[in-house]
Design a protein around this ligand. Structure first.
Ligand SMILES: [Zn+2]
Ligand SMILES: [Zn+2]
Length: 777
């Protein structure tokens, strides 16, 4: 009888792949074995060719529900095997080549299990099975086996071991298996760091009582600690804001189930399936006119029409939400702007200053991740606002040909992430915060270290942003020095464009694409701050085809958070209108800025983000924002309230590649003088941007349009663009990544693969794809 070797790669570990293989083999009367390796799953099967092919086919067509197969191979094997079919010990090769399984939210079966009083796992907060449980957050080495996770020290009790060994059991070979007899222990502390003497089963009920009394809790979640309080309690929310130093950035809500969320929010079918997805992200949903749960909306999401909602990402959070029975505010456990806390000791030190009680448990988090945040436009276009738990670090199935085998891309400064190209895989880290803070730099380093260890990765080339004063680029240069490898600088908006081209498989194609790259700020090749850019990708090369007319950049980064400075800069051209914003400055400030504006302009900007800020400020929205983009969010909310969205657009003419914003501002000022309601002006403004995109694409005679940059986080603008152009042009948006700067790291990898002109003197070390693999069609 012949023996065959099957090699299957992709997202195949921690998803119940081996048990599925074993079960199928036994059903089909096949002898052999299956094992995990650092490069996927290997199967040996002894049977006739016809049967082996049927077996192979069925695995490819019906893999476990959470699996993603990206590569597979079927070949004749040289070895023999014993009778029966077994799961054998994993092997660990030096070369790691596989996707990393993200954390999986509780499956329906496990959710049910913990609420059935006659079940042995009733109220057990760490119930998991083959389909669900923590994965990425608890691994410290590959392949994915219990010994390589935070579960290593915990022994399974006889009953769990029985489940673990039983073919067809939902916990057969489930690496996170445990039950009340071999439980992961929880500990509840008060602010004096005294552990409260409460039995494990009563803890979630006790937490619900605390919440009822208006207390703030710090609770260890999947990727880190969360701060939680009653979403109807004004005082609790206001003290959470004060203690966390987070004046206005919206909070997300945790609901026990969809039905509870539907009492407050209008949720579309697409949003429901996103909420129920195994990645359990926060999904922004429209607030009903009359929410039923008595939410403190002004405290939760001041001035916004949408609320972030999520379902419990772990059984522990599910139990808490069930016991409380009402919506909860749930936000990352940190001081505003710092990385999420995930180590128990640090959480106790820092979070008990914010929370009244802290709940921890004895399973370490290895890889911290915030909750992911997504939204859908009214037309159903998905926009990722923060890519983290459940979504990162895998990026698939696209890979680009690189001239170097192991490349590290350092990404951008404010919404940072790194990307790694190694083997046949690309990894894009989670959102890693603003790299201007030391804590975020440390979190970045830790995360890079953790992924590098998992993947056995050593960079042989570093890609950084061109910005001369980005801390993250400086760190990239240092790594380059340490590792003695070349460091390549890449322009910010070119990286944005390359990212969206790569995500849509357009890089390899020769057809021209016009890229609208609109964001807050990026360093341009002419030394100015870019951000309202239009690029042309044609015949495999890329150039800046047009941009927003420059206006003065005032006080560098300060402008990002102070829309009043953008307004001041734009209104330099309209002296009579300056009185509109005079009230947002003190006398000293006004004098100082007038003097500054009178001097010759040193740095200019073409930023669309800043133009949006200026318009928001002219309409009286926040002159100083709590966070970058806040004014834009509020302007979008205002525009969404426009009663009859059907008006003429303002003019945004383009001549010789310069988009002149002055007519637009002039007409806005005119409307304002005519006492046109702000809602209408705001709507007309976004409509004008969409109209301008339509006009410019006609001007260049190009059918394929791609969009990247933080401005395209705006759902209304995205919808207006689709409404204007979907029938006439092909539109390409980001799919797996956020349009904001989180996509820069991947964009740097993509840019490098396509546009980097190799030094002729260096050896041609073109990267060879693994010849053993047959790419999945
Ligand atoms: Zn489960
Ligand atoms: Zn057990």
């Amino acid at each position: 009888m012949p023996v065959y070797h099957l090699h299957i790669n992709g997202l195949v570990q921690g998803v119940g792949f081996r048990p599925t293989v074993q079960q199928l083999a036994i059903q089909m009367g096949i002898d052999g074995w299956v094992k995990n390796g650092s490069d996927g799953v290997h199967i040996i099967c002894k049977t006739n060719l016809e049967n082996a092919k049927a077996f192979y086919q069925q695995l490819l067509e019906q893999p476990p529900s959470n699996a993603i197969i990206t590569q597979h191979l079927f070949e004749l094997a040289q070895e023999d095997c014993a009778k029966g079919f077994h799961i054998v010990s994993s092997s660990r090769e030096a070369h790691v080549n596989m996707m990393l399984t993200p954390d999986l939210a509780p499956c329906d079966h496990c959710r049910k299990t913990i609420s059935e009083s006659d079940n042995q796992r009733y109220l057990y907060a760490f119930t998991t099975c083959l389909q669900c449980g923590p994965r990425y957050s608890i691994i410290n080495a590959l392949p994915y086996d219990r010994v390589n996770t935070s579960m290593a020290q915990m022994q399974q009790c006889p009953s769990c071991l029985k489940e673990y060994d039983q073919v067809a059991n939902t916990r057969h070979h489930s690496q996170t298996n445990s039950c009340k007899s071999c439980a992961i222990q929880m500990h509840l502390y008060n602010t004096n760091l005294e552990e409260l003497p409460i039995s494990q089963d009563e803890i979630s009920e006790q937490l619900a009582i605390f919440l009822q009394k208006g207390k703030i809790l710090a609770v260890k979640g999947v990727g880190g600690y969360l701060l939680i309080c009653d979403a109807a309690n004004k005082e609790a929310i206001s003290s959470l804001r004060k203690r966390k130093h987070r004046p206005s950035k919206p909070f997300a809500l945790l609901y026990a189930d969809i039905e509870m969320a539907q009492a407050d929010l209008s949720i579309t079918a697409t949003e429901i399936s996103a909420l129920k997805d195994k990645s359990a992200p926060i999904v922004l949903c429209r607030i009903k006119n009359f929410p039923e749960n008595n939410l403190d909306l002004e405290g939760i999401a001041p001035g916004l029409a949408r609320l972030g909602a999520m379902l419990p990402a772990s059984p522990l959070l599910q139990l808490l939400a069930n016991h409380f029975g009402k919506p909860l505010v749930a936000t990352s456990g940190n001081l505003s702007g710092s990385p999420i806390l995930f180590q128990d000791q640090k959480a106790k030190e820092w979070l008990l200053g914010i929370a009244d009680y802290l709940l921890t448990y004895d399973r370490e988090i290895q890889a911290p991740q915030d909750d992911s945040l997504i939204q859908f436009t009214s037309r159903g276009q998905k926009i990722i606002l923060r890519r983290s738990r459940g979504l990162s670090p895998n990026f698939y199935p696209i890979n680009f040909q690189q001239d170097t085998k192991n490349i590290l891309a350092m990404g951008a400064e404010l919404k940072s992430s790194f990307a790694i190209a190694t083997g046949n895989q690309i990894f894009v880290s989670q959102f890693l915060g603003d790299q201007q803070s030391l804590e975020s730099q440390m979190a970045f380093d830790d995360s890079l270290q953790q992924v590098s260890t998992l993947l056995n990765f050593e960079p042989s080339k570093i890609l950084i942003d061109l910005h001369p004063s980005y801390q993250i680029s400086e760190n990239g240069r240092k790594i380059g020095q340490q590792k003695q490898c070349p460091v390549i600088e890449i322009q910010h908006h070119e990286a944005h464009f390359a990212a969206v081209l790569a995500e849509n498989g357009l890089l390899e194609k020769k057809e021209p694409v016009l890229g609208f790259i609109w964001d807050g700020a990026g360093y341009g090749q002419d030394g100015q701050i870019w951000g309202g850019e239009i690029f042309l990708f044609d015949q495999g090369s890329l150039h800046r085809a047009a941009h927003l007319a420059y206006f003065p950049q005032l006080l560098g980064n300060k402008m990002n958070k102070e829309p009043r400075l953008s307004a001041l800069s734009v209104l330099k051209e309209f002296p009579l209108a300056q009185k509109l914003i005079r009230k947002h400055f003190s006398d000293t400030e006004w004098q100082f800025y007038q003097q500054l504006l009178a001097k010759p302009v040193e740095v200019q900007t073409s930023s669309m983000g800043r133009l949006i800020d200026a318009v928001a400020c002219i309409l009286g929205i926040k002159p100083i924002a709590g966070f970058e983009g806040e004014a834009a969010l509020q302007l979008e909310a205002l525009a969404n309230n426009c009663p009859y969205p059907s008006y003429d657009a303002y003019h945004l003419p383009i001549t010789h590649g310069i988009i002149d914003w002055r007519p637009l501002i002039q007409e806005i000022l005119h409307d304002w003088q005519q006492k046109e309601p702000n809602e209408i002006i705001a709507w007309k403004f976004f409509y004008s941007l969409a109209k301008a995109i339509a006009k410019i694409s006609g001007h260049f005679f190009i059918d394929k349009l791609a969009f990247s940059g933080g401005v395209f986080q705006n759902a209304l603008l995205t919808d207006l663009i689709m409404e204007q152009l979907q029938q006439k042009r092909e539109l390409f948006f980001h799919q797996q990544l956020s349009p904001n700067d989180e996509c820069i790291s991947l964009g740097q990898l993509a840019w490098h693969s396509q546009f980097y002109k190799k030094d002729q003197s260096t050896e041609n070390q073109k990267y060879q794809t693994n010849r053993y693999f047959i790419e999945q069609s």
